[in-house]
Design a protein around this ligand. Structure first.
Ligand code: AMP
Length: 279
């Protein structure tokens, strides 16, 4: 696997022929990230991963500082997964070379202001900014993103349309621990007590999926709230059921199509998110 750190070296290392599959990450890699690399390799693409903890998407500077970083272990994992090239950009090049231009700051309206956007102001502006910059630099044919960050996936799809980027966005299923907890770089910061209770997020989503058609939206919302309140370490930020394309809350009490549930909760001082297609 080749390793590059500057835009010039990146350009030199990219292949001229064949298809490029791109996997942007913030590092502290786990099997969720590696499943995206595996998909690119399965499709016989030249797999490019980037590792960059992007400061502009953290509204809380403490969260940015505490974000786990483990570059050498990440590189070993990418290498074993068959990744062809890893790009480790430096903040001063990414954000000091005219790349902070308005061109990279997009307005996603409702999509960026709901749920995650409401609790993390300007988070998706920062995400779209870095992803736009990286997509221009890598110029991939395909870019792989996890459904784990479902609202982000929809923002990226909107970005590609808005900026007319010549890339196909592929959304990939969430990889979970055996007890249902969605894999996340943040999981390594969970205390033992919080880790033990954190599968409750997925249990809430599964409960909603099983019971939506018979109990309806309002009862599910109340039950999920109660399920989280019954724990010692979890504190609910939001749980909602939305149309996956518009992110409008579902108003029909017994909806049959187009419903995705999204949840965010603190487990101790670690913020976790998850989501599931219900119908
Ligand atoms: P991150 O490093 O958290 O920015 O994630 C990089 C990419 O990996 C994003 O597209 C995420 O949605 C994806 N990802 C993170 N966790 C998982 C998971 N458990 N399963 C599948 N994809 C994931």
């Amino acid at each position: 696997m080749k390793r590059v750190e500057t835009l010039t070296d990146l350009e030199l290392a990219l292949p001229i022929d064949g298809q490029i599959g791109f996997i942007p990450t913030m590092g502290a890699l786990h099997d969720g990230h590696l499943s995206l690399v595996a998909k690119a390799k399965k499709e016989k693409m030249f797999a490019v991963a980037s590792i960059f903890v992007n400061p502009t998407q953290f509204n809380d500077p403490k969260d940015f500082q505490k974000y786990p970083r483990d570059t050498e272990a990440d590189i070993a994992k990418l290498n074993s997964a068959g990744c062809d090239l890893v790009f480790l950009p430096h903040e001063d090049e990414i954000y000091n070379e005219g790349l902070t231009a308005d061109k990279y700051l997009h307005d996603f309206g409702f999509l960026e202001s709901r749920l995650e956007g409401a609790f993390r102001p300007d988070h998706f502006k920062g995400v779209a900014q870095i992803v736009h910059i990286l997509l221009e630099a890598v110029a991939p044919d395909y870019a792989f993103f996890g459904e784990k960050d479902f609202q982000q996936l929809q923002v990226i799809r909107a970005l590609v349309k808005k900026a007319s980027l010549n890339v196909e966005v592929i959304g990939m299923p969430t990889i979970r621990e055996p007890d249902g907890l969605a894999m996340s770089s943040r999981n390594r910061r969970l205390s033992d007590d919080a880790r033990a209770e954190s599968p409750a997020l997925y249990q809430c989503l599964s409960h909603a999926k099983t019971h939506l058609s018979n109990k309806g939206i309002e009862a599910i919302k109340t039950e999920v709230k109660n399920m989280i309140e019954a724990t010692d370490t979890l504190r609910l930020e939001y749980f909602d059921m939305v149309d996956p394309d518009t992110f409008e809350s579902v108003t029909d009490s017994h909806p049959k199509h187009n419903v995705r549930a999204l949840i965010a909760a603190y487990a101790g001082d670690v913020r976790l998110i998850d989501n599931l297609k219900l119908a």
